[in-house]
Design a protein. Structure first.
Length: 116
């Protein structure tokens, strides 16, 4: 499945220690031009844990219109410091789209996380 930047997808996200994986949401942060040209895409993980807010994490609040547009089922945190390169053909499904206002915040958090 070809994805678009800002799309929220479900992927079988591997644990960093290699002991397993868990299906979880992630947001596509790679450019659309690369998403069309190559099979891999870059994703930022999304977690239900919202208590560890930092400059590299963006809260998705379902009480807001932006939060409701995401397709997520509960308040979540986009973790811009936790990136993964993933084969687009292995993506389980797309569940929503990150509104432009939240994507702008993700871009700022990525710049902080990557020091660019």
């Amino acid at each position: 499945m070809r994805v678009a930047r800002g799309q929220i997808v479900l992927v079988d996200f591997p644990f960093s220690d290699g002991t397993g994986s868990k299906v979880r949401p992630a947001v596509v942060v790679q450019s659309d031009s690369l998403n069309q040209r190559i099979d891999d895409t870059i994703l930022a993980s999304i977690s239900r844990s919202t208590h560890r807010a930092s400059a590299t994490q963006i809260l998705v609040d379902l009480a807001t219109a932006d939060g409701q547009a995401t397709g997520l089922r509960q308040n979540s945190m986009i973790q811009c410091e936790n990136l993964l390169t993933y084969d687009q053909n292995l993506i389980v499904t797309a569940i929503g789209q990150l509104p432009a206002t939240l994507m702008t915040r993700v871009e700022a958090a990525l710049r902080i996380a990557l020091e660019i």
